[in-house]
Design a protein around this ligand. Structure first.
Ligand code: GDP
Ligand code: GDP
Length: 439
């Protein structure tokens, strides 16, 4: 599971700016998907190979009495509770404030590992202004500048150090053969996640194994279906009680993100009686951003009439347009209808996501596509596409090499994506195409 870092501090110290800095690499990837709604408070950060989840909190005022401030304080406390590490941001220019003291007291009381950073410290070489912050009793203060991107690397290293995480370089990939498919069922409360999982685990063809020593909440449930091994990731909002899953009241974005990130395939469950809500769209956005394979299932199909069915199909086409590569299935977890095709779709999505594509075949397909339709000239430049190789799996990444590739249009990129998808029969997985120009 990815570590979780929460940004805490009073308003205006630069938390959002810092959040954007820490998460920007991934943002660039999803920027061009129309219809993608994102919750700006959660993002994926990356430092080299190390990935982490960042939570931005609103301004934190521990003594906030009422209204929006009280709500913000509540949200912040929840974020801190869910985090592994807190980055406490103060303002190097304004100096120490009474509010900073209140927040420091609160953080000390909670007792999570905490890193103190003074933002807006660009151009402050002598550090004299930072000395005051030692009064907070949280140890060393680190000057950074989120706006100028100064000190970001050191900050992340410092924040993650107390967690003693294994070196990401040491995490060897298991052999694909016979590796279980890690499956996460994601969806907001009440869409039917626990009903579906219990229906699955109760099916006779599906052999669930109880892991030794897991009397409390299981982290994952291994099982087998038609000879394929699966591992059901501890799904957000569910608790395992003996052999059945139970919904728990509180929905946790962090748990959802962690489940999605640890999965190979995510089953996004929607509720036909409710249509596509904002929360559904948020979760769908996280799935897209994660690059995981995805299957969409609309549950409670038994409870809607033909008019509602048409309506929800239209809603999915518009609101979840950015997941149009995913297979769509209509099911009833209660009546056990439509479940077989969902399993097939999950297997197909996994196969697509882990498809191996050789350089000669990719290059041949690329050159055939160019012959069929060459990229347009842009001013003085005509992009020249030379060869392609696979740059990753789950999601598959195709890296195209050549010259002037920064002038390839989005339309042409989509054209290439369509050709590759068709040739490799890629369904249910995002496909990323990257360009590398030699000059
Ligand atoms: P938040 O309320 O804590 O999320 O703060 P914001 O990220 O919205 O930033 C508040 C203000 O501080 C904005 O005007 C930012 O442009 C500015 N700011 C953020 N980071 C820096 C920095 O590193 N240096 C300077 N000089 N200004 C910054
Ligand atoms: P979770 O919060 O996502 O785990 O949702 P639950 O599995 O607890 O289901 C929420 C409610 O929806 C319960 O009352 C279920 O009985 C109901 N439900 C689940 N699946 C179906 C279905 O296929 N059809 C209908 N009509 N109701 C369902």
């Amino acid at each position: 599971m990815k570590p979780v870092v929460a940004l805490v501090g009073r308003p205006n110290v630069g938390k959002s700016t810092l959040f954007n800095r820490l998460t920007q690499t991934r943002d660039a990837i999803v920027a061009d998907f129309a219809g993608l709604t994102r919750d700006r408070h959660y993002g994926n950060g990356r430092l080299g190979k190390r990935e982490f989840i960042v939570i931005d909190t609103g301004g934190f005022e521990p003594d906030a009495g009422s209204g929006i401030y009280k709500e913000m304080a509540k949200q912040t406390r929840q974020a801190v509770a869910e985090a592994d590490v807190v980055i406490f941001v103060v303002d190097a220019r304004e100096g120490l404030s009474a509010q900073d003291h209140d927040i420091a007291n609160e953080l000390r009381r909670i007792g999570k590992p905490c890193v103190l950073v003074a933002n807006k410290a660009e151009g402050m070489h002598d550090g004299t202004k930072l000395v005051d912050f030692y009064e907070l009793g949280l140890g060393e203060v680190h000057g950074v500048s989120a706006a100028h991107g100064q000190g970001m690397r050191g900050l992340v290293e410092l924040a993650l150090a107390p967690l003693n995480l294994p070196d990401p370089d040491d995490e060897e990939e298991e052999d694909d053969v016979n590796k279980p498919i890690k499956l996460a069922v994601a969806g907001r409360p009440n869409v039917g996640k626990s009903t579906l999982i219990n229906t699955w685990l109760g099916e006779e063809r599906l052999v669930a194994f109880d892991m030794p020593g897991t009397t409390r909440d299981a982290i994952s449930v291994p099982f087998e279906r038609n000879g394929q091994r699966f591992e059901l990731i501890d799904t957000a909002g569910l608790r395992r009680k003996g052999r059945v899953f139970e919904a728990i009241e509180k929905f946790s974005v962090v748990k959802t993100l962690q489940a999605i990130e640890s999965a190979n395939v995510v089953l996004l469950l929607l509720d036909a009686t409710q249509g596509v809500t904002d929360q559904d769209a948020h979760i769908a956005g996280y799935i897209l951003e994660s690059g995981r394979a995805v299957v969409i299932a609309i549950n409670k199909w038994d409870a809607v009439d033909s008019y509602q069915r048409e309506q929800i199909q239209r809603q999915i086409e518009t609101r979840l347009a950015f997941l149009k590569f995913a297979a769509l299935h209509f099911i009833s977890a209660i009546k056990r209808q439509g479940l077989g095709p969902v399993w097939q779709a999950i297997a197909q999505a996994h196969k697509s996501a882990t498809r191996k594509m050789s350089t000669p075949v990719l290059t041949r397909l690329l050159l055939e596509a160019v012959q069929f339709q060459a990229p347009k000239r842009s001013g003085m430049f005509r992009p020249k596409l030379r060869y392609a190789h696979q740059g990753g799996m789950n999601p598959p990444v195709i890296v195209i090499h050549g010259n002037s590739l920064e002038h390839v249009t989005d339309a042409y990129k989509r054209f290439l994506e369509g050709r590759f998808r068709k040739e490799f029969d890629l369904v249910g997985t995002p496909l990323r195409i990257e360009f590398k120009s030699s000059h």
